[in-house]
Design a protein around this ligand. Structure first.
Ligand code: CP3
Length: 342
Protein backbone atom coordinates (compact mmCIF):
# COMPACT_ATOMS: atom_id res chain seq x y z
CA UNK A 1 0.00 0.00 0.00
CA UNK A 2 1.78 3.03 -1.24
CA UNK A 3 0.97 6.32 0.46
CA UNK A 4 -1.61 8.39 -1.44
CA UNK A 5 0.65 11.44 -1.66
CA UNK A 6 3.44 9.40 -3.26
CA UNK A 7 1.00 7.87 -5.75
CA UNK A 8 -0.18 11.31 -6.87
CA UNK A 9 3.44 12.46 -7.15
CA UNK A 10 4.19 9.41 -9.32
CA UNK A 11 1.53 10.67 -11.74
CA UNK A 12 -1.46 8.59 -10.71
CA UNK A 13 -4.97 10.06 -11.08
CA UNK A 14 -6.80 9.13 -7.88
CA UNK A 15 -10.54 9.12 -7.17
CA UNK A 16 -9.95 11.25 -4.05
CA UNK A 17 -6.86 13.47 -4.03
CA UNK A 18 -4.44 13.35 -1.10
CA UNK A 19 -4.72 16.46 1.06
CA UNK A 20 -2.47 18.52 3.30
CA UNK A 21 -2.24 22.23 4.01
CA UNK A 22 0.57 24.79 3.94
CA UNK A 23 1.24 26.04 7.51
CA UNK A 24 -0.92 23.21 8.85
CA UNK A 25 1.07 23.36 12.09
CA UNK A 26 0.40 26.94 13.11
CA UNK A 27 -1.21 29.56 15.25
CA UNK A 28 -4.82 28.80 14.21
CA UNK A 29 -4.51 25.64 16.35
CA UNK A 30 -4.78 26.00 20.15
CA UNK A 31 -2.50 22.99 20.67
CA UNK A 32 0.21 24.70 18.53
CA UNK A 33 -0.06 27.88 20.61
CA UNK A 34 0.31 25.84 23.80
CA UNK A 35 3.43 24.00 22.60
CA UNK A 36 4.93 27.22 21.27
CA UNK A 37 4.41 28.85 24.66
CA UNK A 38 6.15 25.87 26.26
CA UNK A 39 9.12 26.30 23.88
CA UNK A 40 9.35 30.03 24.62
CA UNK A 41 9.54 31.50 21.15
CA UNK A 42 9.25 30.43 17.52
CA UNK A 43 12.96 29.78 16.90
CA UNK A 44 13.34 27.79 20.12
CA UNK A 45 10.46 25.67 18.88
CA UNK A 46 12.20 25.11 15.51
CA UNK A 47 15.41 23.98 17.25
CA UNK A 48 13.73 21.70 19.83
CA UNK A 49 13.34 18.33 18.04
CA UNK A 50 10.79 16.88 20.49
CA UNK A 51 8.55 19.94 20.40
CA UNK A 52 9.01 20.56 16.66
CA UNK A 53 8.00 16.92 16.04
CA UNK A 54 5.05 17.39 18.40
CA UNK A 55 3.66 20.41 16.49
CA UNK A 56 4.22 18.60 13.17
CA UNK A 57 2.11 15.70 14.47
CA UNK A 58 -0.70 17.84 15.93
CA UNK A 59 -2.56 18.49 12.63
CA UNK A 60 -2.06 14.83 11.64
CA UNK A 61 -3.74 13.67 14.86
CA UNK A 62 -6.54 16.22 14.59
CA UNK A 63 -7.32 15.87 10.89
CA UNK A 64 -5.56 12.80 9.45
CA UNK A 65 -3.89 14.74 6.62
CA UNK A 66 -2.17 12.57 3.99
CA UNK A 67 1.15 14.37 4.56
CA UNK A 68 3.07 15.98 7.38
CA UNK A 69 5.49 18.81 6.67
CA UNK A 70 8.55 19.12 8.84
CA UNK A 71 8.17 22.02 11.27
CA UNK A 72 11.03 24.47 10.65
CA UNK A 73 11.47 27.70 8.69
CA UNK A 74 13.11 28.71 5.42
CA UNK A 75 15.20 31.27 7.34
CA UNK A 76 17.11 28.65 9.33
CA UNK A 77 19.46 28.28 6.33
CA UNK A 78 20.62 31.93 6.37
CA UNK A 79 21.13 31.58 10.12
CA UNK A 80 23.20 28.42 9.56
CA UNK A 81 25.26 30.39 7.01
CA UNK A 82 26.06 32.88 9.78
CA UNK A 83 23.38 35.58 9.46
CA UNK A 84 21.80 36.86 12.67
CA UNK A 85 18.10 35.96 12.81
CA UNK A 86 15.35 36.93 15.22
CA UNK A 87 11.58 37.35 15.12
CA UNK A 88 9.98 40.62 16.23
CA UNK A 89 6.68 39.71 17.89
CA UNK A 90 3.78 40.58 15.60
CA UNK A 91 6.12 41.86 12.87
CA UNK A 92 7.97 38.91 11.41
CA UNK A 93 11.59 38.01 10.76
CA UNK A 94 14.64 40.25 11.10
CA UNK A 95 18.12 39.35 9.81
CA UNK A 96 21.51 40.99 9.53
CA UNK A 97 21.71 42.28 5.93
CA UNK A 98 23.92 41.36 2.96
CA UNK A 99 24.48 44.54 0.96
CA UNK A 100 28.23 44.63 0.32
CA UNK A 101 31.03 42.19 -0.46
CA UNK A 102 32.27 42.46 3.15
CA UNK A 103 28.88 41.18 4.43
CA UNK A 104 29.00 38.26 2.03
CA UNK A 105 32.60 37.42 2.98
CA UNK A 106 31.50 36.84 6.57
CA UNK A 107 29.14 34.02 5.55
CA UNK A 108 30.17 30.42 6.13
CA UNK A 109 30.74 27.95 3.29
CA UNK A 110 27.70 25.87 2.31
CA UNK A 111 29.06 22.66 3.82
CA UNK A 112 29.43 24.28 7.27
CA UNK A 113 25.67 24.48 7.91
CA UNK A 114 25.05 21.02 9.33
CA UNK A 115 26.12 21.47 12.93
CA UNK A 116 23.69 24.36 13.29
CA UNK A 117 20.91 22.44 11.54
CA UNK A 118 21.46 19.13 13.37
CA UNK A 119 18.29 19.62 15.51
CA UNK A 120 16.21 19.86 12.30
CA UNK A 121 17.60 16.52 11.09
CA UNK A 122 16.77 15.05 14.50
CA UNK A 123 13.17 16.31 14.14
CA UNK A 124 12.94 14.49 10.79
CA UNK A 125 14.26 11.27 12.37
CA UNK A 126 11.66 11.44 15.16
CA UNK A 127 8.89 12.05 12.61
CA UNK A 128 9.99 9.20 10.37
CA UNK A 129 9.56 6.93 13.43
CA UNK A 130 6.34 8.37 14.79
CA UNK A 131 4.12 9.22 11.83
CA UNK A 132 1.27 6.85 10.93
CA UNK A 133 2.35 4.57 8.09
CA UNK A 134 -0.11 6.10 5.62
CA UNK A 135 1.23 9.64 6.17
CA UNK A 136 4.00 10.93 3.90
CA UNK A 137 6.75 13.12 5.37
CA UNK A 138 7.65 16.28 3.43
CA UNK A 139 10.93 18.11 4.01
CA UNK A 140 11.42 21.61 2.64
CA UNK A 141 13.64 24.60 2.07
CA UNK A 142 13.25 28.09 0.69
CA UNK A 143 14.34 28.61 -2.90
CA UNK A 144 17.49 30.74 -3.36
CA UNK A 145 15.73 33.87 -4.68
CA UNK A 146 13.17 33.95 -1.86
CA UNK A 147 15.79 33.30 0.83
CA UNK A 148 18.05 35.95 -0.72
CA UNK A 149 15.25 38.55 -0.58
CA UNK A 150 15.20 38.18 3.21
CA UNK A 151 19.00 38.09 3.53
CA UNK A 152 19.46 41.24 1.47
CA UNK A 153 16.61 43.29 2.99
CA UNK A 154 17.01 41.91 6.52
CA UNK A 155 13.24 41.44 6.68
CA UNK A 156 10.16 40.69 4.61
CA UNK A 157 9.34 43.39 2.06
CA UNK A 158 6.18 43.98 0.00
CA UNK A 159 8.04 44.30 -3.33
CA UNK A 160 11.48 42.71 -2.62
CA UNK A 161 12.93 46.13 -3.45
CA UNK A 162 16.35 45.76 -1.80
CA UNK A 163 16.99 42.43 -3.57
CA UNK A 164 16.02 43.90 -6.95
CA UNK A 165 18.30 46.87 -6.21
CA UNK A 166 21.30 44.66 -5.39
CA UNK A 167 20.64 42.61 -8.54
CA UNK A 168 20.77 45.84 -10.58
CA UNK A 169 23.74 47.42 -8.79
CA UNK A 170 26.05 44.48 -8.05
CA UNK A 171 25.01 41.48 -10.07
CA UNK A 172 28.17 39.54 -9.28
CA UNK A 173 27.55 39.78 -5.53
CA UNK A 174 23.85 39.00 -5.99
CA UNK A 175 24.69 35.89 -8.03
CA UNK A 176 27.39 34.79 -5.57
CA UNK A 177 24.79 34.95 -2.80
CA UNK A 178 22.27 32.91 -4.83
CA UNK A 179 24.99 30.34 -5.54
CA UNK A 180 25.89 30.03 -1.87
CA UNK A 181 22.22 29.53 -0.93
CA UNK A 182 21.78 27.03 -3.78
CA UNK A 183 24.70 24.90 -2.58
CA UNK A 184 23.54 25.04 1.04
CA UNK A 185 19.99 24.11 0.01
CA UNK A 186 21.14 21.02 -1.88
CA UNK A 187 23.10 19.82 1.16
CA UNK A 188 20.32 20.71 3.60
CA UNK A 189 17.58 18.91 1.66
CA UNK A 190 19.85 15.97 1.04
CA UNK A 191 20.39 15.60 4.81
CA UNK A 192 16.62 15.81 5.40
CA UNK A 193 16.15 12.95 2.93
CA UNK A 194 18.86 10.89 4.64
CA UNK A 195 17.07 11.51 7.95
CA UNK A 196 13.77 10.21 6.54
CA UNK A 197 11.98 12.87 4.46
CA UNK A 198 10.20 11.10 1.56
CA UNK A 199 9.39 14.19 -0.51
CA UNK A 200 10.93 17.66 -0.58
CA UNK A 201 9.30 20.96 -1.41
CA UNK A 202 11.04 24.10 -2.57
CA UNK A 203 9.24 27.32 -1.54
CA UNK A 204 9.86 30.23 -3.92
CA UNK A 205 7.32 32.52 -2.30
CA UNK A 206 8.50 35.64 -4.15
CA UNK A 207 9.02 34.05 -7.60
CA UNK A 208 6.20 36.28 -8.91
CA UNK A 209 8.34 39.40 -8.62
CA UNK A 210 10.89 38.09 -11.15
CA UNK A 211 9.97 38.69 -14.78
CA UNK A 212 11.22 37.36 -18.10
CA UNK A 213 14.91 36.52 -18.17
CA UNK A 214 15.20 37.15 -14.41
CA UNK A 215 12.55 34.51 -13.73
CA UNK A 216 14.51 32.01 -15.84
CA UNK A 217 17.88 32.82 -14.25
CA UNK A 218 16.91 33.22 -10.61
CA UNK A 219 13.82 31.00 -10.09
CA UNK A 220 13.85 28.36 -12.81
CA UNK A 221 17.61 27.71 -13.12
CA UNK A 222 18.32 27.37 -9.37
CA UNK A 223 15.29 25.06 -9.00
CA UNK A 224 16.61 22.94 -11.86
CA UNK A 225 20.09 22.81 -10.31
CA UNK A 226 18.76 21.84 -6.88
CA UNK A 227 16.36 19.22 -8.23
CA UNK A 228 18.92 17.55 -10.51
CA UNK A 229 21.54 17.43 -7.73
CA UNK A 230 19.02 15.92 -5.31
CA UNK A 231 17.79 13.36 -7.81
CA UNK A 232 21.37 12.37 -8.61
CA UNK A 233 22.00 11.74 -4.90
CA UNK A 234 18.58 10.21 -4.19
CA UNK A 235 17.19 8.50 -7.30
CA UNK A 236 13.39 8.58 -7.42
CA UNK A 237 13.02 11.34 -4.82
CA UNK A 238 9.79 13.26 -5.55
CA UNK A 239 10.10 17.05 -5.54
CA UNK A 240 7.36 19.69 -5.32
CA UNK A 241 8.25 23.16 -6.64
CA UNK A 242 6.27 26.23 -5.58
CA UNK A 243 7.17 29.26 -7.72
CA UNK A 244 4.39 31.29 -6.11
CA UNK A 245 2.56 33.79 -8.32
CA UNK A 246 4.58 32.73 -11.36
CA UNK A 247 1.45 33.11 -13.56
CA UNK A 248 2.45 32.14 -17.11
CA UNK A 249 5.75 30.99 -15.58
CA UNK A 250 3.94 27.92 -14.21
CA UNK A 251 3.58 26.64 -17.78
CA UNK A 252 6.31 24.10 -18.49
CA UNK A 253 7.97 24.68 -15.09
CA UNK A 254 7.87 20.99 -14.15
CA UNK A 255 9.39 19.94 -17.46
CA UNK A 256 12.09 22.61 -17.34
CA UNK A 257 13.17 21.93 -13.74
CA UNK A 258 12.51 18.20 -13.35
CA UNK A 259 9.98 18.80 -10.55
CA UNK A 260 7.41 16.03 -10.10
CA UNK A 261 4.72 18.46 -9.04
CA UNK A 262 4.10 22.18 -9.31
CA UNK A 263 2.25 23.87 -6.47
CA UNK A 264 -0.11 26.60 -7.66
CA UNK A 265 -1.19 29.71 -5.75
CA UNK A 266 -4.79 30.93 -5.83
CA UNK A 267 -4.24 33.90 -8.14
CA UNK A 268 -4.78 31.55 -11.10
CA UNK A 269 -8.03 29.62 -11.62
CA UNK A 270 -8.03 25.83 -11.14
CA UNK A 271 -9.45 25.47 -14.67
CA UNK A 272 -6.54 27.42 -16.15
CA UNK A 273 -4.02 25.40 -14.12
CA UNK A 274 -5.64 22.10 -15.12
CA UNK A 275 -5.43 23.07 -18.77
CA UNK A 276 -1.93 24.57 -18.82
CA UNK A 277 0.02 22.99 -15.96
CA UNK A 278 -1.57 19.64 -15.11
CA UNK A 279 -0.96 18.46 -18.69
CA UNK A 280 2.68 18.00 -17.59
CA UNK A 281 1.93 16.03 -14.41
CA UNK A 282 0.89 16.43 -10.82
CA UNK A 283 -0.29 19.81 -9.52
CA UNK A 284 -0.85 20.88 -5.95
CA UNK A 285 -3.36 23.50 -4.87
CA UNK A 286 -5.09 25.84 -4.86
CA UNK A 287 -8.01 26.79 -2.59
CA UNK A 288 -7.95 30.42 -1.42
CA UNK A 289 -6.87 30.38 2.28
CA UNK A 290 -9.54 33.00 3.05
CA UNK A 291 -12.12 30.20 3.07
CA UNK A 292 -10.48 28.83 6.22
CA UNK A 293 -11.54 32.09 7.90
CA UNK A 294 -14.97 32.57 6.34
CA UNK A 295 -16.23 28.96 5.97
CA UNK A 296 -19.82 28.03 5.12
CA UNK A 297 -21.30 27.22 1.71
CA UNK A 298 -18.72 29.34 -0.20
CA UNK A 299 -15.98 27.11 1.27
CA UNK A 300 -17.83 23.96 0.17
CA UNK A 301 -18.46 25.34 -3.33
CA UNK A 302 -14.88 26.53 -3.83
CA UNK A 303 -13.44 23.25 -2.49
CA UNK A 304 -15.62 21.22 -4.88
CA UNK A 305 -14.61 23.50 -7.76
CA UNK A 306 -10.91 22.80 -7.10
CA UNK A 307 -11.47 19.04 -6.86
CA UNK A 308 -13.59 19.05 -10.04
CA UNK A 309 -11.14 21.10 -12.08
CA UNK A 310 -8.22 18.75 -11.33
CA UNK A 311 -10.24 15.51 -11.37
CA UNK A 312 -8.82 14.16 -14.63
CA UNK A 313 -5.15 14.18 -13.68
CA UNK A 314 -2.76 13.78 -10.75
CA UNK A 315 -3.63 16.28 -8.00
CA UNK A 316 -2.69 17.02 -4.40
CA UNK A 317 -5.34 19.13 -2.70
CA UNK A 318 -3.90 22.14 -0.80
CA UNK A 319 -4.44 25.82 -0.24
CA UNK A 320 -2.90 28.38 -2.58
CA UNK A 321 -0.80 29.72 0.31
CA UNK A 322 -0.44 29.16 4.05
CA UNK A 323 -3.44 29.05 6.40
CA UNK A 324 -3.64 32.26 8.43
CA UNK A 325 -3.72 32.56 12.25
CA UNK A 326 -7.31 33.86 12.23
CA UNK A 327 -8.61 30.66 10.53
CA UNK A 328 -11.24 28.53 12.28
CA UNK A 329 -10.10 24.91 12.86
CA UNK A 330 -13.66 23.73 12.10
CA UNK A 331 -13.44 25.16 8.59
CA UNK A 332 -10.39 22.98 7.98
CA UNK A 333 -12.46 19.92 8.93
CA UNK A 334 -15.24 21.08 6.59
CA UNK A 335 -12.75 21.40 3.72
CA UNK A 336 -11.37 17.90 4.36
CA UNK A 337 -14.86 16.36 4.60
CA UNK A 338 -15.79 18.06 1.33
CA UNK A 339 -12.68 16.80 -0.47
CA UNK A 340 -13.13 13.27 0.84
CA UNK A 341 -16.83 13.38 -0.01
CA UNK A 342 -18.14 12.65 3.48
O1 CP3 B 1 3.88 24.66 6.61
C1 CP3 B 1 4.20 24.23 7.74
O2 CP3 B 1 3.34 23.94 8.61
C2 CP3 B 1 5.65 23.95 8.03
C3 CP3 B 1 6.43 24.95 8.63
C4 CP3 B 1 6.77 26.23 7.89
C5 CP3 B 1 6.89 27.47 8.56
N1 CP3 B 1 7.37 28.39 7.67
C6 CP3 B 1 6.58 27.71 9.98
C7 CP3 B 1 6.35 29.10 10.43
C8 CP3 B 1 7.11 26.45 6.55
C9 CP3 B 1 7.10 25.48 5.38
C10 CP3 B 1 7.51 27.82 6.44
C11 CP3 B 1 7.99 28.42 5.19
C12 CP3 B 1 8.26 29.86 5.14
N2 CP3 B 1 8.78 30.65 6.11
C13 CP3 B 1 8.11 30.65 3.98
C14 CP3 B 1 7.67 30.14 2.63
C15 CP3 B 1 6.21 29.88 2.55
C16 CP3 B 1 5.36 31.09 2.55
O3 CP3 B 1 4.59 31.25 3.53
O4 CP3 B 1 5.41 31.86 1.59
C17 CP3 B 1 8.50 31.96 4.30
C18 CP3 B 1 8.47 33.15 3.36
C19 CP3 B 1 8.94 31.96 5.65
C20 CP3 B 1 9.50 33.10 6.42
C21 CP3 B 1 8.67 33.43 7.58
N3 CP3 B 1 8.49 32.64 8.69
C22 CP3 B 1 7.92 34.62 7.79
C23 CP3 B 1 7.83 35.77 6.80
C24 CP3 B 1 7.29 34.50 9.02
C25 CP3 B 1 6.47 35.55 9.72
C26 CP3 B 1 5.09 35.62 9.19
C27 CP3 B 1 4.15 34.80 10.03
O5 CP3 B 1 3.35 34.04 9.48
O6 CP3 B 1 4.22 35.00 11.26
C28 CP3 B 1 7.62 33.23 9.55
C29 CP3 B 1 7.17 32.66 10.83
C30 CP3 B 1 6.59 31.27 10.82
N4 CP3 B 1 7.08 30.20 10.14
C31 CP3 B 1 5.48 30.83 11.61
C32 CP3 B 1 5.32 29.47 11.36
C33 CP3 B 1 4.33 28.53 11.99
C34 CP3 B 1 4.70 31.71 12.57
C35 CP3 B 1 5.58 31.85 13.77
C36 CP3 B 1 4.86 31.86 15.07
O7 CP3 B 1 4.48 30.79 15.59
O8 CP3 B 1 4.75 32.98 15.59
Amino acid sequence: MTKLLLRALAGETLPVPPIWMMRQAGRYLPEYRATRAQAGDFLSLCYNPDLAAEVTLQPIRRYGFDAAILFADILLVPQALGADLWFETGEGPRLSTIRAQADFDKLKPADAIHEHLAPVYETVRILARELPQETALIGFAGAPWTVATYMIAGRGTPDQGPAHALKAENRALFEALLDRITEATIDYLSMQVEAGAEVVKLFDSWAGSLKGEDFTRYTLEPAKRIISALKARHPGLPVIAFPREAGEGYIGFARATGADCVAIDNSVSPQWAAEHVQIDGCVQGNLDPKHMVTGGQPLIDATRAVVEAFRNGPHIFNLGHGITPDADPENVQLMIDTVRGA
